[in-house]
Design a protein around this ligand. Structure first.
Ligand code: DQA
Length: 146
């Protein structure tokens, strides 16, 4: 049994209220619940963490080193700007899944660049709440292949 760490970045605490036309009406607790169910169905434990602060997200990634088998991360808008989060992920050598509710490639130009994309195992985007389950299942599959 391994630990999968689910990290959610800025403004994701507002899921359900925030731009529901883009992000849906389900809450972060709903999404985390789906992720936890998927992890536990595969015999793993899910830890979850949300922060609006870049440094706290970096510390959570660093804290996964040597402790968690996989990190699933929705970095919110830091996806597009944070070389520091990209560096923290590069220094983490477990399975890494980048996750987005929306299809960032189909939105504004500035959302089409992910600075974390090059350092993760893979990306799940555009499937809304379902993406939380899919991202954990992708992490589990990747762990089984390793
Ligand atoms: C997001 C996409 C980002 O561009 C945005 O800043 C978010 C949410 C998503 O889950 O679709 O906060 O990561």
């Amino acid at each position: 049994m391994s630990i999968i760490l689910l990290i959610n970045g800025p403004n994701l605490n507002l899921l359900g209220e925030r731009e529901p036309d883009v992000y849906g009406t389900d809450t972060l607790a709903d999404c985390v619940g789906d992720a936890r169910a998927a992890a536990e169905a595969a015999g793993h434990t899910l830890e979850d963490f949300q922060s609006n602060h870049e440094g706290e997200l970096i510390e959570a990634i660093q804290g996964a080193r040597g402790r968690c088998a996989a990190v699933v991360i929705n970095p919110g808008a830091f996806t597009h700007t944070s070389y520091a989060i990209a560096d923290a992920l590069a220094a983490y050598d477990g399975v890494k899944v980048e996750l987005h509710l929306s299809n960032t490639n189909a939105r504004e130009e500035w959302r089409r660049t992910s600075v974390v994309g090059p350092v993760v195992t893979g990306t799940v985007a555009g499937f809304g709440r379902t993406g939380y389950r899919l991202a954990v299942e992708a992490a589990v599959a990747s762990l089984q292949e390793a």
